[in-house]
Design a protein around this ligand. Structure first.
Ligand code: PEP
Ligand code: MN
Length: 368
């Protein structure tokens, strides 16, 4: 998930706003992540200020998050403290020098957030599924000097995620980032929201210029998995983290299972292993592997082209002899055979199936 150049500009904007960091030191430094932390929900002045004070001792944390209006699944749960919490966010910002960040889900939230000097807002996973809401928010953010992060929608739909980003761009917003927070799933997984790393990677493929950070808290749903998922995100090249912290996590009014204390956050950072983002010229071993991969890819392309040529000849034959293009029985047995062979070679069953389905579809298109 490396998209350094625009991330550089984005961080520059963030650090310009807080005026506390020389961005030149960041460039090329893999350890300089954008770290956003703070409680799931702002609950009381004391809770927010205690958490913020703890976080102020961790140099990495530049942005204080706090949910003011909470999108709850069931109607009887704590739905956020509302406007009053914004005053405490402003106080924490003045006292500890953080930038502040909250979720906005309606134009009224945007207006209030701006009134209390919130620097960064995010659109939540439930909001991003609804293009009407996103458009309304984009319109209400028009002209605001604010950074906006877009969480992935709860469904694994990269176009919906991208569409929300495009609506914000359409409203003239310049600083837009994405937050990967995992996806709802019926499959049994250890996560609250399955990470499905291929989705943020696909977003990055479509839009190299959008910085993506990882909300490990909402992916995990519990404290125990945080370290492992944060490491995976780092290995995938994430540009930053959103991690929920609370001065007394066990008694938090929302997401009590996944929040950690600022002290635990510091310890978690100390345990992370950072990899180099850029390869030194003398790393010959890696370069040789890459050369091998490039050669194999060339061979694969040549073989696919050769296969398509033969497939076209078969197509001509079928046309001449009035034979139907799609021979379902043959295709089923060919696919089964390929999957079995692939599995014996140590390949993933689903991947082999997907690869051959794409090849077969192309063959059929050509024969038609
Ligand atoms: C949150 O960050 O507290 C939150 C509600 O996030 P999401 O939209 O990812 O569920
Ligand atoms: Mn939360």
């Amino acid at each position: 998930m490396l998209n350094c150049h625009n991330y550089f500009l984005y961080l520059q904007k963030i650090y310009d706003m807080s005026g506390s960091f020389d961005i030149r030191k960041w460039f090329g430094n893999p350890e300089e992540l954008l770290v956003i932390s703070g409680p799931c929900s702002v609950e009381s002045r004391e809770q927010l200020l205690m958490t913020a004070e703890g976080l102020s001792k961790i140099q990495r944390v530049k942005v204080l998050r706090g949910g003011i209006w909470k999108p709850r699944t069931r109607p009887d749960a704590f739905e956020g403290i509302g406007e009053e919490g914004l005053k405490w966010m402003r106080e924490a910002k003045e006292r500890f020098g953080f930038l502040t960040m909250t979720e906005v889900a309606t134009p009224e939230h945007v207006e209030l957030a701006m009134r209390y000097g919130i620097d960064i807002v995010w659109l939540g996973a439930r909001t991003v599924v609804n293009p009407f809401s996103v458009q309304e928010l984009a319109d209400s953010l028009r002209g605001c000097d604010v950074l906006v992060f877009v969480k992935n929608p709860i469904a694994p739909d990269v176009k919906l995620w991208l569409g929300a980003i495009e609506r914000l761009e359409g409203a003239g917003l310049k600083y837009i980032g994405a937050i990967h927070r995992g996806f709802s799933s019926y499959d049994e997984t250890p996560y609250r929201n399955a990470p499905l790393w291929e989705i943020p990677i696909e977003l990055l493929r479509l839009r190299h210029d959008i910085p993506i950070i990882t909300d490990v808290s909402h992916i995990c749903g519990c404290r125990e998995l945080l370290q492992e998922v944060a490491q995976t995100a780092l290995d995938m090249g994430t540009l930053g983290f959103m991690i929920e912290t609370h001065n007394d996590p066990e008694h938090a009014l929302t997401d009590a299972n996944q929040q950690i204390t600022p002290e635990s956050l510091k310890k978690a950072f100390d345990k992370l292993t950072f990899r180099k983002k850029r390869v030194d010229v003398d790393e010959v071993v890696l370069q040789n592997y890459r050369k091998d991969i490039d050669e194999i890819d060339d061979e694969l392309l040549n073989l696919i082209a050769k296969r398509m040529n033969i497939s076209e000849k078969i197509g001509d034959f079928k046309k001449e002899h009035k034979v139907a293009v799609l021979q379902m029985d043959r295709w089923k047995s060919v696919l089964e055979d390929h999957i079995n062979k692939g599995v014996k070679l140590g390949l993933d069953k689903d991947s082999v199936k997907e690869i051959f389905e794409i090849i077969h579809k192309d063959s059929i298109d050509r024969q038609l």
